[in-house]
Design a protein. Structure first.
Length: 205
């Protein structure tokens, strides 16, 4: 079950994520959310905030962190994830003040992950819907997650999506064929800025 997020509420979530990022980058302060927000914003829900940057005509990831599980109220998770995506993603240098006018913010509100049940690992690809499902791969050494929009952007099929989720967890690309791993799927409602500080729309995959 995913929260029913309207377009206006999605725009507000993206605005809050950007405000949280900008306030932290400029003043090293975490914003406090208003209590005058839609009631559903205080329900526990998984969420990811993605920061993208347009360079040389192509979109490049600049940071992405979030909560796969409904561990926090949505509004708190959006603020925390926005700040973390900007300054704590280990793959990138912290976002600078100069970059704030160059990046686009994306908020993905998640359903709770569900374990994919199969009789044999070979069934996994048939259980994954590109453009609808995100994946979490868990093995003995950790886990990796890829959002539903990732395989669409890279034009992966289900097997490539599974393999890349394995590698995100530090596992071999064919680790999804092991009977000793667990793979979960989830869905997302996604809102994104079309341009830096620009119009916010519901993303269609």
């Amino acid at each position: 079950m995913i929260l029913d997020i309207s377009d206006e509420e999605g725009k507000l979530l993206v605005k809050i994520a950007r405000d949280a990022i900008e306030n932290y980058i400029k003043d090293q302060k975490r914003i406090n959310p208003s209590r005058d927000l839609p009631e559903k914003f205080y329900e526990r829900c998984g969420v990811f905030v993605t920061i993208n940057k347009q360079e040389y005509g192509e979109k490049h990831l600049r940071g992405c962190i979030g909560y796969p599980y409904p561990d926090k109220p949505l509004i708190e998770a959006v603020i925390d994830s926005g700040i973390a995506a900007a300054v704590e993603d280990p793959r990138f240098e912290p976002l600078s003040v100069d970059e704030l006018d160059e990046v686009r913010i994306e908020v993905s509100v998640l359903t709770p992950p569900e374990l994919i049940i199969v009789k044999t690992p070979r069934e996994y690809p048939s259980k994954v819907k590109i453009g609808e499902d995100g994946l979490i791969f868990r093995w003995v050494w950790g886990s990796g997650l890829l959002l539903p929009q990732v395989p669409v952007e890279y034009k992966w099929d289900a097997e490539e999506f599974l393999s890349n989720t394995c590698m995100k967890a530090g596992a071999p690309p064919d680790a999804w064929l092991s009977p000793n791993v667990k793979i979960y799927k989830f869905q997302a409602i996604i809102f994104e800025e079309l341009d830096p500080r620009g119009e916010v729309v519901r993303k269609k995959l």
